[in-house]
Ligand binder design. Structure first.
Ligand code: PBG
Length: 324
């Protein structure tokens, strides 16, 4: 295939040709919208670093779920901001907790919307860590039971899928066992498997009020320098019963998405995280980039790398654009 016999530009000369040879097609069906639920009524607290997004009370969150459904988005993932935090994360697994409440309302309003719940303790612990803390140290095994109870409380409220994001070892197996035992064998687990200790979560921690109050998350989230280890993490979650595996963040970790897609035979999700969203919004606000084009290019690139689905704060905008 050498010039002049082969001319790469031949198949690029018209929109029709470009459509014929296009390898990656982004669809609204690929998108999952993250939402933040707070207590109260008609309560909307905008998140400054995530323009267009807000912490929403259940009534307003339900409207957002309808809006997403109208745009053609098939799924949302819910994060909860509890009324109170404590050392045992008791509001994480309470039947009347914020996430179960939001799940019930969302499922009632839009039964066809897949409602996924993030399962973690960091929004619910007073220290802001994703697991239990014993003498300043994250206690992996003591956290498993609480994580499983949290997932169960979501399933009992009607969640269609649970997504543990805590990065404790062994949590997928623990959650699977408890869900099965309590009659929720049909509820799939989307595991945040290769979740990196990333600085791109900054805006989210403001949104979810979940920043660690001491230290950082380096003893449980992965070192950004590691790729082989991601395969071990993913394999562990697959063997424990994960139905979907996730790589997070997405853009700085496209190589990880690509390798996992090649080596693992399960659907792969990628989380286009808050910092990735904020960077595009901020540059667009300054007039430095074309927001819509950069959004579509970003999501297409994540799909091209191998993601079957993308969790993104752009879900509604992108779905509308794909429809129109
Ligand atoms: C909680 C959790 C985080 C995100 C999703 N679940 C934050 C963290 O681990 O500190 C980040 C999502 C985003 O940045 O958009 N464990």
């Amino acid at each position: 295939m050498l010039f002049p016999e082969y001319r790469a530009r031949r198949m690029r000369q018209s929109d029709a040709f470009r459509r014929l040879v296009r390898e990656t097609e982004l669809s609204a069906n690929d998108l999952i919208l993250p939402l933040f639920a707070v207590e109260g009524k008609n309560n909307r607290n905008p998140i400054p670093s995530m323009p267009g997004h807000a912490q929403l009370s259940v009534d307003l969150l339900t409207d957002k779920v309808r809006e997403a459904a109208d745009a053609g988005v098939p799924a949302v993932i819910l994060f909860g901001l509890p009324d109170k935090k404590d050392s045992l994360a008791t509001r994480a697994y309470a039947a009347d907790g914020i996430v179960p409440k939001a799940v019930r309302a969302a499922k009632k309003a839009v039964p066809d919307m897949a409602v996924i719940t993030d399962v973690c303790l960091c929004q619910y612990t007073d220290h802001g860590h994703c697991g239990m803390v014993e003498k300043g140290v994250i206690d992996n095994d003591a956290s498993l039971d609480l994580l499983a109870k949290t997932a169960l409380s979501h399933a009992e409220a009607g969640a269609d899928m649970v997504a543990p994001s805590d990065m404790m070892d062994g949590r997928v197996a623990e959650i699977r066992a408890l869900l099965d035992d309590k009659g929720h064998a049909h509820v799939p687990i989307m595991a945040y498997s290769a979740k990196y200790c990333s600085s791109f979560y900054g805006p989210f921690r403001e949104a979810a009020d979940s920043a660690p109050q001491f230290g950082d998350r380096r003893t449980y989230q992965m070192d950004p320098a590691n790729a082989q280890e991601a395969l071990r993490e993913v394999t562990m979650d697959v063997e424990e019963g994960a139905d979907i595996i996730m790589v997070k963040p997405a853009l700085p970790y496209l190589d990880i998405i690509c390798r996992i897609r090649e080596e693992i035979d399960l659907p792969v999700a990628a989380y286009n995280v808050s910092g990735e969203f904020a960077m595009i919004k901020a540059a667009a606000e300054k007039g430095w980039i074309d927001e819509e084009r950069v959004m579509m290019e970003t999501l297409t690139a994540i799909k091209r790398a191998g993601a079957d689905m993308i969790l993104t704060y752009f879900a509604i905008e992108a779905a509308r654009r794909l429809k129109g």
